[in-house]
Each structure stands twice: as C-alpha cells, then as structure tokens.
Design a protein around this ligand. Structure first.
Ligand SMILES: Cc1cc2nc3c(=O)[nH]c(=O)nc-3n(C[C@H](O)[C@H](O)[C@H](O)COP(=O)(O)OP(=O)(O)OC[C@H]3O[C@@H](n4cnc5c(N)ncnc54)[C@H](O)[C@@H]3O)c2cc1C
Length: 377
C-alpha cells in the first residue's frame, strides 16, 4: 500500500482536494499528467468569476460560503493574493426572466445584495452602455479569482503539509481491488486505499460507462479587450459582471493585469472530442458575435479582440458536478463534471472530495451532485 489517498489531476479542483486532504493526513499523493496549473487545462485564462449572487439551485450557497472562507484561508496560509474582491453586477431587464431568476435564488439563499435602479447603475458604472429597462443586482462579495496562483498556492500548501506530488505522470488506468485501488502510468504502478478522479475534461477515460454516457467534454473560449481609458476598468471601478438578455449575453472581469479587460460571450460551450487538443482559434462567427456584443455593451472598449483562447471542461447532462463514489461503497471517488462553473467553488468542492474520500461526513444534502443519479438500472 503506497498511502491512504491519491488525487488524479492537480488542476482546479484536484489541487484543492490535495490541499484539504493534506490537512487530514500526511499519507496523500497527487498525480498530474503535466504540471499543476498548466495553461491548457480549465485553469487557463487567468481569471474566473466568483459570486454569491446567482440564478439556480440554492443548494450551492452553503458550498459557496464555505468556499469563500477557504479562499481567504488559502490566501492567509500562502501569502498569495488570489481573490480580487471587486464586487459583481448581474445586469438585465427589470422584471425580465434573468433578473427575476437571480432575485428568486437570492431571496432563497439570503445572499447579501443590493438592487441598483437604472439611474444608480448608470451613475455608478458608466462603463456599461445600458438598455432602457436595465437594472442590476450588486453582489458585494463577488470578485475575480486568479486561477494559476490559486492552484499553485494549493499545491505548495499541500506539499508543505507532507503531500507527495508526481508531475508529468499521466494515470493510464485505475483498478479497484479488495482493500485498495491500483493506478498505472506506463510501467509504474501504485496502490492507495482511496482515489479521487479530478482530471477535468480528461476524466471520461477513467470513468465507468454509465458516467461516460452522462458526460461530454466541451470547449469554452475567452476574449479580452483594451480600454480607451484604462482607468475606468480597474478592479476598484469595474466589478465583475454578467449581462443576459434573450438576444445576447456577456460576462467578464476588470483588468487585473492592468491592461486587458475580459469580456466574453456567455453559454457558448461546444462539444470537443479531445481535451488535450481544444481548438484555440475562434471561428469567424464567434469573432463577429463577440465584436458586435462588445460594441453594444462597452463603448469604452476598443472592439478589436486583443487576445483569445479556449479551454476544456467536463459537462454533465444536468450541469451539476459529479462528487461522490462511482458506486456505493467504492474506493474510487469522482470530483469532476463542473460544467463550466466549478472554479468559484473549487475550495469547497475540494474539501468535500477530500473529506468524503477519507470517510468523513460533509454536507448532508448532496444528492444533486451524487454520480449515481445517472444510473439508469
Ligand atoms: C473558459 C472557461 C471559463 C470559465 N469561467 C468560469 C467562471 O467564471 N467561474 C467559475 O466558477 N467557473 C468557470 N469555469 C469553470 C471552471 O473553470 C471549471 O469547472 C473548473 O476549472 C474545472 O476544474 P477541473 O479540476 O475539473 O479540471 P482542470 O482544471 O482542467 O484540471 C484537470 C487536471 O487533470 C490533469 N489530468 C488529466 N488527465 C490526467 C491523468 N490521466 N492523470 C493525471 N492528471 C490528469 C490535467 O492535466 C489537468 O491539470 C470556466 C471554465 C472555462 C473552461
């Protein structure tokens, strides 16, 4: 037996699971096919939005609260500046479906928020070219997560706690035997009491057939722009934002690098067969729609795309993650399928994965993320 727990994949969630597991045991190892935080994984693209005000399942809220606390702990433990706390805006038509859904979830969760009238929104955030009936919900705890810093910090903290880290070690197979799980990479093999699969867009290779059938790897692209007046798009002046209408939608983040503003079409994930070969070039249609939307939404941005890229993520059929053993009593635990929305909760999901894989109880209402919900027989 080589140890208590192995984490396969040290990207967004695996790095956090390793960090959390290393707080519980010094008998944990991480296996990464390339290097932690490498730029072709779902860590790529510098930032991810963090927000507590959202539309959808209120069940995510306690995990968000825990994640927020853990982001602060990771910053304190490693001295890294990971979450740029700049607030967030959800912008849309007053009484329209998007903002109604955001407000309904927010009422259910009790998240701190402030509704901004059209006039307040226009006065406070003149960067947004508003439509006549636009209002916004302001989220004071939102911000931009610095992805590569976050993952590197978690791996550093795990190593300091005694975790073993294998880089450039792609796991080819996992086999559950009585009392353990054997991993192979080329000629080498290891056996651990428990294993977490956290290999993101690559996870299907290691998953049982019923989960292969319930998942798909998708490509998501990002685009960045330069402001005509950079001082208007700093984190102090320009919160992260999401704007959704029936005809167009966009989300983005301030210029955390001091130069480029992220502004990207929302909900454009497209199936891609190989997470390791995601097409990075944007199509003409993607460029045209992005340019049109930026031109309408942000007169203060030069609408020429100065940078673009694309990354993989694993989507499930219901867009909820796969957090749990592959079947009841199994020593193989999946922490994947974050469906384009996992980074904000990476710390919380990582903690759930580490604790549950080591046999500890966490939240008691997590049926909506349990992998076995996809079993048909
Ligand atoms: C462009 C884009 C924008 C997004 N925006 C947001 C956002 O604003 N807010 C938000 O909350 N979420 C967002 N998301 C979603 C979020 O980033 C992902 O859900 C999350 O990062 C997925 O993390 P992961 O750990 O599953 O995968 P990854 O971070 O990709 O990690 C997987 C790791 O496993 C490794 N690996 C693969 N196969 C093996 C193997 N066989 N052996 C060992 N290692 C292996 C890979 O090399 C990689 O390092 C976005 C996603 C994308 C792609």
């Amino acid at each position: 037996m080589d140890g208590k727990l192995a984490v396969i994949g040290l990207g967004s969630i695996g790095s956090m699971a390793l960090w959390q597991a290393s707080r519980l045991t010094d008998s944990v190892a991480g296996f990464e096919a390339a290097a932690p935080a490498h730029g072709r994984s779902a860590v790529g693209g510098d930032t991810r939005l963090f927000r507590m005000v959202y539309r959808g399942n209120p069940g995510y809220y306690p995990i968000l609260e825990r994640s927020r606390a853990l982001w602060a702990e990771l910053e304190a433990e490693t001295g890294q500046d990971i979450l740029t706390r700049c607030g967030g805006l959800s912008i849309g038509t007053a009484n329209g479906p998007y903002l109604n859904a955001v407000l309904e979830t927010t009422r259910a969760t009790g998240a701190d928020h402030q509704v901004l009238t059209h006039e307040e929104l226009a006065a406070r955030y003149p960067q947004h070219n508003l439509r006549p009936d636009d209002i916004a919900v302001y989220d004071p705890h939102a911000g931009a997560l610095r992805t590569d810093r976050a993952v590197t910090a978690a791996v550093t903290a795990a190593r300091a706690n005694g975790a073993t880290i294998h880089t450039s070690t792609p796991i080819d197979s996992i086999t559950e035997t009585e009392g353990g799980v054997t991993l192979t990479s080329g000629e080498k093999s290891w056996t651990y009491e428990n294993v977490i699969i956290a290999s993101g867009g690559w996870s299907r290779r290691l998953m049982p057939d019923y989960l292969k059938a319930a998942t798909e790897t998708k490509r998501i692209f990002l685009t960045w722009f330069v402001a005509r007046d950079g001082a208007q798009y700093t984190p102090e002046k320009f919160p992260i934002f999401i704007r959704i209408y029936e005809d167009r939608s966009m989300y983005g983040a301030p210029a955390v690098d001091g130069v480029t503003v992220k502004a990207t079409l929302d909900g454009r994930g497209k199936p891609t067969p190989d997470a390791g070969n995601v097409p990075r070039e944007l199509t003409e249609a993607e460029i045209a729609e992005t340019t049109d939307t930026v031109t309408e939404f942000f007169p203060g941005l030069d609408p020429a795309i100065v940078r673009s890229d694309a990354f993989p993520d694993l989507f499930t059929k219901d867009n909820n993650p796969l957090l749990g053993p592959i079947h009841q009593g199994s020593r193989i635990y999946t922490a994947t399928g974050f469906s384009g929305g996992g980074f904000k909760n990476a710390t919380g999901f990582g903690e759930i994965a580490a604790q549950e894989a080591l046999g500890k109880q966490t939240f008691d209402y997590l049926d909506f993320v349990c992998p076995e919900r996809f079993r048909t027989s």
